[in-house]
Design a binder for this molecule. Structure first.
Ligand code: GLY
Length: 376
C-alpha cells in the first residue's frame, strides 16, 4: 500500500477513536491505559501536554476543524496555570508540558496569553540550568532528604525546543545559549561512541564535575534504554533544526543508526536494547513512535541523497505500529497504540498504551501526510 493510502486510512481511524475517547477523557490528563481505560493524572504530571497536543494535531490537520478538540486543548492549558504559578512541582519536563499546549496554541492561533505562558515556562526551565556543570537539572527531590541537584537526564533533550522557541519569539538569544550548552553536555556525557545513550548522568552540583551514570528507566547503567535513545534522536534533530549546528544532526544520526540496528523484525523496539537473558523483553511502542518522528526530522535535514534511509525507516516503524500495534477495532480500549513500557525497573505501566506513544504516532502520521511543522 502506498504511503498516502495507509496514512489516510490511519488518520481516519485515529479520528474515529479520539472522537469517542475525548467524550470520556475531556479536559483531563491521561497517561497510561490500564484495562482499556486511560488512568488520569494530576496536571503537574510530566505527561500533561500529550493529550492536548494530540488534539491540536487533529484540529490542525483535519478539514473538519473539530471545535471540541480545540476547546478541550484550551481547557487543559488553562488548568496548567495552577502548576505554572504554583512553581514547586515544576521540573525539567516543563518543555513537554508547555510546548504541546501553549506553544501549540500560539503557533496555531497566535494567542498572546499562550505565548506569555510559554515564556514564563521557558524562564523557569532556564532557572534550572547549573552554570558549573552546564546542564539543566532534572527532577526535584521526591522525598525528605533526597539529593538529586546534580542529576541530568536524556529526556531533557525534548524540553530544549521550548527554550529555542523563547529565543525566536523574543529575539533574545539567552534561552538558546542555555539550550545549546545543555545539548553540548549531552554530546559529551550521554551519547556513547556506539550510539547508545545514558539515561541519567550525575554531576557534582557545586563543582560541575562528572560523577557517575545511573541506569534510571533503563535496565542498568550500561544498558540501552530505547526511549532514551528516541529522546536523543528526536531532541538532537530538533536542536539542529533550531541552531543549524551540524554536531547535533550528526549525533541524531549516530543514535539513529544504533537504534535501527537493534530493531526486531517488526521494527518496534524492545524497552531496552541490552537485556540479559531471562529479563522480559517487552516492547516499548512509545520509543518507536518518538524515534520515527526523529527519523523523519533527520530526513528533512540531510541532503536528498541521504534522506531516503531515514524517511523509509520512520515510515516503516509507524506503519508497523499502525498495522501490528493499533487498537483500532477494539472499542474496549481507549489507547491508540498498544504495548508501551513506561518504567520497567519500577514495574510501572508495562505493556500498555501510553499517551506519549499515541501522541508521537499521530505526529508521525501528520508528518507522513505532509505537515512537518511541529509544536516543539
Ligand atoms: N520522561 C520520562 C519518560 O520517558 O518516561
Amino acid at each position: 500500500m502506498e504511503t498516502s493510502s495507509w496514512t489516510t486510512e490511519a488518520w481516519g481511524k485515529v479520528h474515529e477513536k479520539v472522537t469517542r475517547t475525548s467524550t470520556r477523557i475531556g479536559a483531563r490528563f491521561p497517561h497510561a491505559s490500564v484495562d482499556g481505560s486511560y488512568v488520569l493524572e494530576a496536571p503537574h504530571w510530566w505527561t500533561a501536554g500529550f493529550w492536548p497536543g494530540l488534539l491540536w494535531l487533529l484540529y490542525r490537520d483535519s478539514e473538519s476543524k473539530d471545535e471540541r478538540y480545540k476547546e478541550i486543548a484550551e481547557a487543559c492549558e488553562q488548568q496548567l496555570d495552577d502548576v505554572l504559578f504554583g512553581f514547586d512541582k515544576l521540573d525539567h519536563d516543563i518543555g513537554f508540558m508547555w510546548s504541546l499546549t501553549s506553544v501549540a496554541r500560539y503557533k496555531l492561533l497566535g494567542d498572546e496569553q499562550s505565548r506569555k505562558r510559554a515564556l514564563l515556562a521557558a524562564s523557569v526551565l532556564s532557572g534550572r540550568f547549573n552554570v558549573k556543570g552546564n546542564y539543566i537539572r532534572a527532577w526535584n527531590p521526591w522525598g525528605e532528604g533526597d539529593r538529586n541537584e546534580g542529576w541530568a537526564i536524556i529526556d531533557c533533550m525534548m524540553n530544549l525546543p521550548l527554550l529555542y522557541f523563547a529565543s525566536e519569539t523574543t529575539n533574545d538569544p539567552r534561552f538558546k545559549h542555555l539550550a545549546m550548552e545543555h545539548a553540548d553536555t549531552v554530546l559529551e556525557h550521554f551519547i556513547r561512541t556506539d550510539g547508545s545513550v545514558n539515561h541519567i548522568v550525575v554531576f557534582h552540583p557545586l563543582t560541575g564535575e562528572f560523577e557517575s551514570v545511573n541506569g534510571g528507566q533503563g535496565f542498568a547503567p550500561n544498558s540501552a534504554w530505547s526511549r532514551g535513545a528516541a529522546w536523543a534522536i528526536y531532541g538532537m534533530a530538533l536542536s539542529y533544526r533550531y541552531t543549524g549546528e551540524l554536531k547535533y544532526l550528526d549525533a541524531a544520526k549516530r543514535v539513529a543508526h544504533f537504534f535501527l540496528a537493534q530493531l526486531p523484525e517488526d521494527s518496534v523496539p524492545h524497552w531496552d536494547f541490552r537485556l540479559p537473558t531471562g529479563v522480559e523483553r517487552y516492547r516499548d511502542s512509545s520509543a518507536g513512535a518518538c524515534a520515527a518522528c526523529g527519523l523523519l526530522e533527520i530526513a528533512r535535514a540531510v541532503p536528498s541523497e541521504e534522506a531516503g534511509l531515514y524517511q523509509a525507516a520512520g515510515e516503516r516503524i509507524l506503519r508497523s505500529l499502525y498495522e501490528n500495534y493499533g487498537a483500532w477495532d477494539n472499542e474496549a480500549e481507549e489507547g491508540l497504540i498498544l504495548h508501551g513500557t513506561s518504567h520497567y525497573p519500577e514495574r510501572r505501566n508495562i505493556d500498555v498504551p501510553l499517551i506519549y506513544g499515541d501522541y508521537f504516532f499521530v505526529e508521525g502520521l501528520a508528518r507522513l501526510r505532509g505537515n512537518s511543522a511541529t509544536f516543539w
